[in-house]
Design a protein around this ligand. Structure first.
Ligand code: NDP
Ligand code: DXP
Ligand code: MN
Length: 381
């Protein structure tokens, strides 16, 4: 029996992970979980899976839950996230959204708990610290993000030195049919209508701005230890090829499948084995008929260019980019700024920042907090 903990159990990745546990109860047991504010779903999950430890965002919610479920331990806030992350388990799924996942992920590494990583913002904010420590302590970090799972599968058993480049596929997001000028008046509702994937709101907006692809390029740089010149992106509207590895002999190995996150989540949970998928959405290639590939225009998708710049510059710049983006996306969803202001505000935060090279954790946390304060003040003005 594999003991599983989940950070962000009430989200899109969290609930799909629960679906896999439910379909394989002889194999997996949920032992600890964290959520934010979705208390009705927390209650349902406790009743169905009986975890031993639960963290919620607010202490007041934890207090009410302690009375209702006396056999479960409850914790709260950022300390609660760390307690769940370090609870004795065989695998931690990091499915919380945002750089709030950084400290719990590092705590799990210190506790030598293997990680299935969905929370890409953690690697963008501090990939150099996370990957270095995981390597030192020999803690596996298995990718969950669909593109990185595809790359991980495609390079399985290969000599890393023979990799020529990674090609990360991008659906183009909700506005792939619009020019930059046409993006001026798009609404939150339109931005949240992703053509291929059902995901959490923040990621769906990131996909529409193409910041998601930028975050994924930096995520790939850290996960696979490759320079940015060896990481390309291509627009692939169908989201069937999840990414491609090109080798030195020009062979390309790609991973394909219907867009269903349960596949990479389950693969991370069973790696290096594969097990059958319940209710599989098998891919019918003949019905699909054709697949398309197009160049990604970095003038149109400015966020991708910003991410390459942040990644290549390194130091504290990716932390600034990520923090500014988190605040700007939240402001867009709250109706405070327009869609085009998201990447404009991220760009301005990056321009204003004096890069600190090789920042330690304390510096990363300070830069993250300072960026959030500055961009929030700008939005409030
Ligand atoms: N969804 C997908 O298909 C994919 C997601 N990812 C990555 O996985 C991560 C999760 O994405 P997704 O599942 O879509 O996100 P969701 O928004 O659906 O879920 C986020 C989860 O994090 C919790 N949460 C949010 N903020 C906090 C906080 N400050 N403290 C504690 N808990 C918090 C939420 O709690 P609550 O709702 O209870 O408030 C929820 O459980 C992201 O980093 C995303 O980029 C990567 C690839 C695919
Ligand atoms: C499912 C997943 O991994 C998302 O990160 C996905 O990549 C979003 O798709 P696009 O960013 O390509 O629109
Ligand atoms: Mn992805």
């Amino acid at each position: 029996m594999k003991k599983i903990s989940i950070l962000g159990v009430t989200g899109s990745i969290g609930t799909q992970t629960l679906n896999i546990i439910q379909n394989n109860e002889e194999r997996f047991q949920l032992v600890a979980m964290s959520a934010g504010r979705n208390i009705p779903l927390v209650e349902q999950t406790i009743e169905r899976f009986q975890p031993k430890l639960v963290s919620v965002m607010e202490e007041a919610d934890a207090e009410r839950l302690r009375v209702r479920y006396p056999n479960t331990s409850f914790v709260s806030g950022t300390l609660g996230l760390k307690e769940v992350a370090t609870y004795e388990s065989d695998l931690l799924i990091t499915a919380v959204v945002g750089s709030v996942g950084l400290e719990p992920t590092l705590a799990a590494i210190e506790a030598r708990i293997p990680i299935a990583l969905a929370n890409k913002e953690t690697l963008v904010a501090a990939g150099h610290i996370v990957m270095k420590r995981a390597k030192e302590l020999n803690v596996p970090i298995i990718p969950v993000d669909s593109e990185h799972s595809a790359l991980f599968q495609a390079m399985n058993g290969e000599n890393p030195k023979t990799i020529r480049r990674l090609i990360i596929t991008a659906s183009g997001g909700s506005f792939r049919h619009l020019t930059r000028d046409e993006l001026a008046n798009v609404t939150v509702e339109q931005a949240l209508a992703h053509p291929n994937w059902a995901m959490g709101n923040k990621l769906t907006i990131d996909s529409a701005t193409m910041m998601n692809k930028g975050l994924e390029v930096i995520e790939a740089h850290h996960l696979f230890n490759l320079p940015f010149d060896q990481i390309d992106c291509v627009m692939h509207r169908e989201s069937i090829i999840h990414s491609i590895v090109e080798f030195c002999d020009t062979s390309m190995i790609a991973q394909l499948g219907s867009p269903d996150m349960r596949v990479p989540i389950q693969y991370a949970m069973t790696y290096p084995d594969r097990i059958p998928m319940q209710e599989p959405k098998t891919l019918d290639l003949v019905a699909l008929g054709q697949m398309n590939f197009e160049t990604l225009d970095v003038n149109r998708f400015k966020a991708l260019a910003l991410a390459y710049e942040a990644g290549r510059t390194g130091g504290s710049l990716p932390t600034v980019m990520n923090a500014a983006n988190e605040v700007a996306v939240a402001a867009f969803m709250a109706g405070c700024i327009s869609f085009l202001q998201i990447d404009e505000m991220v760009e301005r935060s990056m321009e204003r920042h004096t890069v600190i090279q090789n920042p330690d954790l304390q510096t990363i946390l300070e830069v993250d907090a300072m960026t959030r304060r500055e961009i929030t003040a700008t939005i409030e003005k």
